[in-house]
Ligand binder design. Structure first.
Ligand code: ATP
Length: 430
């Protein structure tokens, strides 16, 4: 049986991955766990999300499905933060006899949940049409993520994957500051990067894999294999861990990106890869956000942003000039593309204006007064033209692929540490 669960937490506590970790242990009473649990990240722009729009799926070989369903349902009732308006749990249960039948339809549903916006009715109708067992609470929005997570479990070869070692805190510590030895995270990174990533942010001297919210997670180490995330986790010195789970995930895969053929087709609440040309000089606005516009051949135009949390990435963006060819990756909300990565494909020439040089001494001449051209005071020479000279300036920017620093990474964005086969210069942020 495959069990998909979503939407059990609130900002004040809990985490659907923690419920998954508990169930993974508890359900062994009813059968044998058949695969690593899954943690799927869905459309990152969905406003109903608590934090990272995650859903989980477990796979269990069992001879008593009814007892499994009853157990999962009662644990959701006990642990979900039902009092929170945004918490609308959903669970779905796929029986083994239906695996083949449901594989392709639920895989498509996963793709849609990662890239598009889905109505709750669509999930409910699909459940009814396909005769899937489900349990839902309040408005049942969690059924969307629960179905999508089952789609991922049914088709493990159908999507790129990474792994995360999630360590959970002892219950009495929930809501208190986390007691961790920061230096041990830097050491774990030194020993396992680039096979692990986003443990720390070296440039900004931050530990980024330890959350600050009231949820049960102590830290999460992301990487290419279960072995490497476990190796990094073993190097961490911190308060006692209640339990840990290694999840297989779609984090760090760019699964959310659609390819935009033109700007006119771009919609809010979707994420894109877009090739275009910079059309306005980047401006720093209040709050430190850097905004500029890009245009395509059909004259479509969209604002792009490197927001303040992207820190040092903004100084790269400020170097862009109109005419630069770029490929941007990022999510669109309120008409602005929030940049996750930028490939600089071709740099436009940048011109500056200078005073002409003296033919005698070679130094720049000075203005001779308004409308009177230029002259060299020392040699007493006079420029023939009244105009300044246009010169091509050197660009302080190299073509290649750049990304936001680890402290600003979105869960689904593929870090450049994972790009092994691209034929372009990579500038991984560390
Ligand atoms: P949790 O740990 O509880 O999963 P979260 O930050 O992952 O927290 P949720 O509380 O799950 O966020 O809230 C996200 C809600 O949005 C869920 O009900 C989920 O089913 C729903 N959802 C996910 N993807 C989509 C989508 N593409 N379209 C519409 N709704 C979605």
């Amino acid at each position: 049986m495959i069990i998909g669960i979503d939407d059990t937490d609130s900002n004040e506590g809990m985490c659907t991955t923690y419920l998954g970790a508990l169930l993974l242990e508890e359900l062994q009473e009813y059968g044998t766990v058949e695969a690593l649990p899954l943690l799927v990240r869905l459309n990152p722009t969905i406003p109903y999300k608590t934090r990272g729009n995650a859903a989980v799926a477990l796979k269990l070989k069992t001879a008593c499905p009814e007892r499994v369903i009853a157990h999962v349902t009662s644990r959701i009732e006990e642990l979900a933060r039902m009092e929170c308006e945004k918490t609308n749990p959903g669970a779905v249960f796929i029986q083994e006899k239906d695996y083949e039948n449901l594989k392709s339809v639920l895989m498509s549903f996963l793709e849609e949940a990662v890239k598009e916006v889905i109505e709750i009715e669509k999930a409910k109708n699909l459940i009814a049409e396909l005769g899937i067992i489900s349990r839902s609470f309040k408005n049942g929005r969690g059924l969307i993520g629960a179905l999508a997570a089952c789609g991922a479990m049914l088709n493990p070869e159908g999507w790129d994957c990474t792994f995360e070692h999630l360590a959970y805190r002892q219950k009495e510590k929930w809501g208190t500051p986390r007691d961790v030895d920061k230096e041990s995270f830097f050491e774990a990174d030194r020993q396992t990067y680039p096979e692990t990533w986003d443990t720390v942010d070296l440039t900004n001297r931050l530990v980024v894999c330890v959350p600050h919210s009231a949820d049960p997670v102590l830290f999460g180490i992301r990487g290419e294999s279960p072995e490497i995330v476990n190796k990094a986790a073993a190097l961490i010195r911190a308060e006692p861990v209640e339990r840990f789970t290694v999840y297989r995930t779609n984090q760090g895969t760019d699964m959310h990106l659609l390819t935009a053929q033109k700007i006119a087709e771009i919609r809010d609440m979707h994420s894109y890869r877009l090739e275009s040309t910079v059309s306005a000089v980047p401006k720093t606005i209040e709050g430190g956000h850097v905004i500029f516009a890009v245009r395509d051949l059909e004259e479509g135009e969209i604002d792009c942003a490197a927001f303040e949390p992207t820190k040092n990435f903004r100084s790269l963006i400020r170097k862009l000039v109109p005419g630069d060819r770029v490929v941007l990756s990022g999510s669109v909300t309120t008409g602005t593309l929030n940049i996750e990565k930028i490939e600089i494909k071709a740099l436009a020439p940048l011109y500056t204006e200078e005073n002409p040089k003296c033919p005698e001494c070679g130094k720049h001449m000075k203005s001779a007064g308004q409308g009177q051209g230029f002259r060299c005071k020392k040699c007493r020479t006079q420029a023939q033209s009244l105009l300044k000279i246009r010169c091509e300036a050197e660009r302080d920017l190299e073509p290649g692929l750049y990304e936001v620093p680890p402290c600003a990474r979105r869960h689904l964005a593929k870090p450049l540490a994972r790009e092994k086969h691209l034929d372009i210069r990579l500038y991984p942020a560390r």
